[in-house]
Design a protein around this ligand. Structure first.
Ligand code: URA
Length: 316
């Protein structure tokens, strides 16, 4: 008997198996189709090779190579306030601390969506929702990335206009969707820059191309969710409404997403001059319901992970 008959998801009910596998973060839809065709996927313990098969995520047990796939209702979404001095990749060949290490104790196979440079700070989304991650990463879905960039001195109007007009980088043309002066610091200025893609070092390279020296790079929000109430190194689970809104933003769910947050004031931590690994704010975390794991161990190379006292040029 075909798996769909047994489960009663019915014609048009449930979701297509390859979509289910993709949203569970197992593989892209195309790769999921290959897994199904190769006979590696079972529904309710029966091998399924038909690509049209539908499953009811609330009822059906789906396995790949015998391992149970968690349904979408079990997906996890966490926002980390990444401090400077850690990489956003899951592991690092150079042995540097990873942002994932701040989520110690959170079960599941979470991965970061996109990347923030080693010396950059701010919002990083961790999830096991592969479909959402793909859409947030792909320029086609127009996901806007907002950055506050501390640049040396006072940027001229011409440099800002060039950012808006677009510049030619070594890997093709690039431009900022929005540029505005955000806040004056003592001898520097925070500029708010919005871009519509996640190319490597994009904001730093854009700034460099128009003669702006980047001192710090801060991402106040991601997918409409801000780090407002977090401290560096702390993270929190997204609310169901935030998840829905984020998925609506990239067309995965119907309905109107919440409007993007207004350009907020810089949080105190981002304003601080010099920034190192976060102190464990146990009291603040307990009060706000957020979690702040201890920072990961310092890198074995002996290089400093933070505690800088000056605004040196941002590293890539
Ligand atoms: N642009 C950069 O240059 N670095 C980041 O980390 C993110 C965007």
């Amino acid at each position: 008997m075909a798996a769909r008959d047994q489960r009663g998801a019915g014609d048009g009910g449930g979701v297509r198996l390859q979509k289910f596998l993709a949203s569970a973060g197992i593989a892209s839809r195309r790769k999921a189709e290959e897994l199904i065709a190769a006979g590696r996927v079972a529904v309710n313990q029966r091998k399924v090779v038909e690509l049209g098969t539908r499953v009811d995520p609330g009822r059906d047990l789906v396995t790949v190579d015998g391992k149970l796939v968690a349904g979408p209702e079990r997906r996890s979404y966490f926002l980390l306030y990444k401090p400077s001095g850690c990489v956003t990749t899951v592991s690092d060949p150079e042995g540097r601390p990873t942002a994932l290490a701040y989520l110690r104790g959170v079960p599941g196979r979470l991965f970061p969506v996109g990347r923030l440079d080693y010396d950059a700070e701010g919002a990083v989304l961790f999830t096991d929702d592969g479909e959402l991650a793909n859409r947030l990463a792909h320029p086609r879905y127009g996901h806007r990335r907002v950055y506050l960039v501390k640049v040396k001195g006072e940027p001229g109007a011409e440099a800002l206009a060039r950012l808006r007009a677009g510049v030619r980088l070594e890997d093709g043309p690039a431009q900022a969707l929005e540029v505005e002066l955000h806040e004056h610091a003592e001898r520097n200025v925070w500029v708010r820059i919005v871009v519509g893609e996640g190319r490597y070092h994009l904001v730093k390279r854009l700034c460099e191309a128009v003669g702006l020296q980047v001192q710090r790079l801060f991402r106040p929000e991601f997918g409409g969710v801000t780090v407002d109430r977090l401290r560096p190194g702390a993270f929190r689970a997204l609310t169901a409404a935030e998840v829905r809104s984020m998925r609506q933003r990239v067309g995965l769910e119907s309905g109107t997403p919440e409007p993007p947050p207004a350009a907020a004031a810089l949080p105190r931590a981002a304003r601080r001059h010099g920034h190192g690994p976060p102190e464990p704010p146990a009291a603040a975390a307990a009060a706000s319901g957020t979690r702040t794991p201890r920072p990961p161990a310092a890198r074995p190379s002996g290089r400093r992970t933070g505690g800088r006292s000056g605004g040196g040029r941002a590293r890539r």
